[in-house]
Structures are given as C-alpha cells and as structure tokens.
Design a protein around this ligand. Structure first.
Ligand code: GDP
Ligand code: GDP
Length: 465
C-alpha cells in the first residue's frame, strides 16, 4: 500500500529536516533562512515498517507567491491535491505563532487526515510549545526531534492511526465493514479550538443497533424504517448478513447498521455470546450513535453491560431503548428502578438518554430518535477555551485540587482538544499526582456546566512544565 505524505508548516519549523530524516538522505536543502527556494521533490520514504512517498512542499515556494501566506497557501493547496496525509509541523521550541494557527485552520478545513508533528521537542522549554500545540485542534501533537531522530516510533503509530492499518500496513481484512470503520476514524479528531461551529445535520447520521439476541433489534429496525425489510422471528437459527440501511427521519438522513441476524448460527450459548460481542464491536466502530436495545423484562444482564462498556471505550455515544414495554404491567415502578440502575451501572455516561419503547407497537420510537439526535449534538459539541477557563476559575476558587505531600496541585488551563466525543486537556503541575477522584470531579462538573449529558468525556492531563 502506498500513500503520499505532505509536510506542511510555516518556514523554519524543520520541515526539510524532517523530510531528510524520512527519506534518509540529505536531499532537501536545510537552511536557517526562511523561504529559500528549493526544487520540488517527491521521494520514497520509510518510517520503521511503513513505506510511503513524501512531498517536500518547500519546493513549491516560488517568487510569485512571495508573501508568507501566499507560500503557505500554495503548499497547502498542493498538499490537499496530492497528499493522502498531512504532517502539519510546528516548532515546539518556539511555541505557536499566528501563522501556525491560520494554516492549521486551512489544513483542518481541507478534511485531509493530519498528523500534528511537534518538532524540536528535544529542546529545552519545548514542553510548553508541545502543550500549546493542542490548541490547534488537530488532535494530539506528536513530539519529535527531526534533527536527532527522536519520537519516530510515535510518529509511525500516529500515521497508522490516521490512515488505518489497511492502508498503511497493507493488510486487507475481510470486508467492507472494516473500510467503513476506518472512514469513521479518519479526520474525526480534528476540531477547531475556538470556534463553536454550527452543528452539521446534512451528513447522514450513522446509527448502530446492538443488544443481546432476542432483545428486539430487528423488530425495532423494521419499525423505524417502516418496512419489513429484515426478517424477524422468535426461532433461533435464522441467519442474515449484516446490512446498512439508508433512510430519512423527519428530513434527517440516517444510515443504520444492523448486525442482528449474524449471531444466530450457533446454538451453543457461550459461542453465541462471544460472537455477538464481536458483531457489536464492528457495528459500534461504524456508528456515531449506538442504540442499545434492552429487553425490559430482563434488562442489564452481564452482556448488556459489556456492550455498553465497549461503546463507551470506543468513544461512541450510547442511547438506551428499553424494549418490549408493552409487556410491562408495573411501568412506573420499573421505570424508577431502571433509572436508578442506569445511573449506577453506567456512571461514565451520566445523563444517558434512556427511552421506553415497544418495537412491536411502535410506541416511543419518535422519542427514541429525538434522543439519538440530541445525543449526537452533545457528542459533537465544542466549548471555547475562553468559556472553559472561566469555568476553571470558578472551580479553582470553590473546589481547588488537593495538596499532595504538602504541595498544592496547580491547574493552569483547560482546553478542548477534540470532539466526537468531547476530549479535554488539563494543563497541570503534576499530572501523576492528580487523584483520579479529582479528575472525575472535573469531568462531572464540566459535563454539568456545559450541558453534555450521556456521552463519554475524555480528560487528558498534561504537565504545564
Ligand atoms: P523548514 O524551513 O521548515 O524546512 O525548516 P528546516 O528544516 O530548514 O529547519 C530550520 C532550522 O531548525 C534549522 O536550523 C534546523 O537545523 C533546525 N531544526 C530542525 N529540526 C530540529 C530539531 O528537531 N531540533 C532542533 N533543535 N532544531 C531543529
Ligand atoms: P433480535 O434478535 O434482537 O433481532 O430480536 P427480534 O427483533 O428478532 O425479536 C425477538 C422476539 O421479540 C420476536 O419474537 C419479536 O416479535 C419480539 N419482540 C420484539 N420487540 C418486541 C416488543 O416491543 N414487544 C413484544 N411484546 N415483543 C417484541
């Protein structure tokens, strides 16, 4: 598998040095003078086991575009056209410059997969620049030293993560679902740090429906899409292929992934459960929102919780459908019990949307879809650094971090590094010493302050130097 990488960044961040490092020869001219005109070069490059082509975009700089923005725009345009992956390079030693932010935005908008390379990371004081790089909203900065060849294994891993294993390692797995899964991963962590962009409801919302056998997934899907497209039935042994279905709900485009029938081949219970978790995983990776169908007559079995746990770990947002509600004769009582259990068993997604439905009668399905869309909005939500730090001020006044071994832990600032799901970076004095309970407190408080119920929230602690 071959792919092309473009190294993008303002002058002097070390693009040519990185290029040389990857190509393994002194090909590009390295110069302290920004903007030295170079030839266009595309060369075979190697990063551990990965083989690819790298474009030295510095070679595209020409006199006609003599201003810095002109040159950068050219580079970026070329990258967009030619590259499969962009190494957006910043200088961790000098820290971010306004140009870094401007062009990060251009790169981000291009939608191309990006690896954020924080170069010169070996230099003294680079830690601050590395932390700052999170603010670009291009995902996790990978600290490297192009000059000294440090950080290359992490860079390699970041490439694999950005493009997927199939493309980078050339191992084609068994089917189209895997391709769908890698599509989901590409470009997803990219987010603009300060804007709070309007929620995009034009793209199809990808939903998976998961749950134990017989919970009523197929019946639910049929009821949702309004056609008897899938087979349902109580008898074990029915086999179907997993399929995806496109449909519209109140004008909203939906792509729905169903794994329902796949697991009924085997009559051995143990094997059956294992299979269904694997199917679940495929579906979960495909999806943005995962509807967990629980049989309300026997909810929260071990396997249900396993599936919920998978969804949360994969960073997808779950919505619960308590199905077969038509069979329940003490609905009030049961609902109270289920609410309590949900909160207790799934604290990582506090405020999760849980809806009582009957796939058979169609009751509650509109409410279910409303909950899906609500959750999808939250999953995509973004809080500006300004708002976060005003919130942080309040926290530090009223519930500051504890002292550890006599020294009070300090938090400098918080920034949202990604969406889908929301992920935050907390810059603090001693990440290792910060108690988990305090991190949980921060995350719960964030969830409440910015109204983000029911989705996983990621918190990363970084040292503030
Ligand atoms: P470009 O303009 O982005 O292509 O940057 P160059 O590759 O020409 O590098 C600019 C300057 O940064 C040169 O003086 C390099 O020696 C220096 N440089 C590049 N990589 C590193 C690094 O990893 N660490 C340090 N400390 N300096 C570097
Ligand atoms: P799947 O294995 O999760 O796809 O489950 P199915 O959709 O095949 O449903 C399993 C059984 O439960 C079938 O007999 C359905 O008719 C029944 N079922 C599904 N939803 C409901 C519901 O809301 N109420 C009742 N009473 N039965 C249901």
């Amino acid at each position: 598998m071959s792919f092309k990488v473009a190294i993008i960044g303002r002058p002097n961040v070390g693009k040519s040095t990185l290029f040389n490092r990857l190509v393994g020869k002194k090909l590009a001219l390295v110069d302290d003078t920004p903007g030295v005109t170079r030839d266009r070069r595309v060369h075979a490059a190697k990063l551990h086991d990965l083989h690819f082509d790298v474009i030295d975009t510095a070679g595209f700089e020409d006199a006609a575009a003599s201003t810095l923005p002109g040159r950068m725009r050219q580079q970026t345009e070329i990258a967009i056209r030619e590259a499969d992956l962009i190494f957006f390079t910043v200088d961790a030693k000098s820290g971010l410059m306004p140009d870094d932010r401007t062009f990060a935005e251009v790169v981000r908008k291009s939608g191309k997969p990006v690896v954020l390379v924080a170069n010169k990371a070996e230099a003294r004081g680079a830690q601050g620049g590395l932390l700052e790089a999170w603010e670009l909203g291009l995902g996790e900065p990978i600290p490297v030293s192009a000059e000294h060849g440090q950080g290359m294994p992490d860079l390699r891993d970041a490439v694999v993560e950005a493009l997927g294993e199939e493309r980078t390692l050339g191992e084609d797995e068994d089917g189209s679902d895997e391709i769908a899964a890698s599509e989901v991963l590409i470009g997803e962590d990219i987010a603009d740090p300060d804007a709070e962009p309007a929620y995009d409801d034009t793209k199809p919302l990808r939903i998976a429906v998961v749950g134990r056998p017989n919970a009523g997934k197929s019946t639910l899907i049929n009821a949702l899409i309004g056609e008897e497209r899938l087979l349902t039935g109580p008898e074990a042994g029915i086999t179907r292929d997993s399929i995806s279905v496109d449909w519209d709900w109140r004008g909203r485009r939906i792509k729905l992934f169903d794994t329902a029938g796949m697991r009924r081949k085997s009559k051995v219970q143990e094997k059956l459960e294992k299979l269904s978790v694997q199917d679940g995983l495929r579906a979960i990776r495909f999806a943005e929102i995962v509807i967990i169908v629980l049989d309300a007559t026997i909810p929260f079995e071990k396997q249900d919780l396993q599936i919920a746990d998978l969804i949360i770990r994969e960073g997808r947002a779950p919505v619960i459908a308590f199905n077969k509600w038509d069979l329940i004769d003490n609905p009030q009582e049961l609902l109270a019990e289920l609410r309590e259990k949900t909160g207790r068993l799934l604290p990582q997604v506090r405020g999760i949307q849980a809806v009582t439905v009957s796939a058979e009668t169609g009751r509650g399905l509109d409410k279910l879809m409303e909950s899906v869309i609500k959750t999808h909005r939250v999953w995509n939500s973004r809080v500006s650094t300004g708002k976060l730090n005003r919130w942080l001020e309040g926290i530090l006044t009223h519930h500051p971090p504890p002292a550890v071994a006599g020294r009070r832990l300090k938090i400098k600032y918080v920034t949202q590094a990604k969406t889908r799901p929301p992920g935050f970076v907390v810059s603090c004095s001693r990440p290792d010493a910060m108690p988990q309970s305090y991190v949980r407190y921060l995350s719960n408080s964030l969830r409440e302050a910015f109204d983000m119920p029911g989705v996983p929230i990621r918190m990363a602690l970084r040292t503030s130097d």
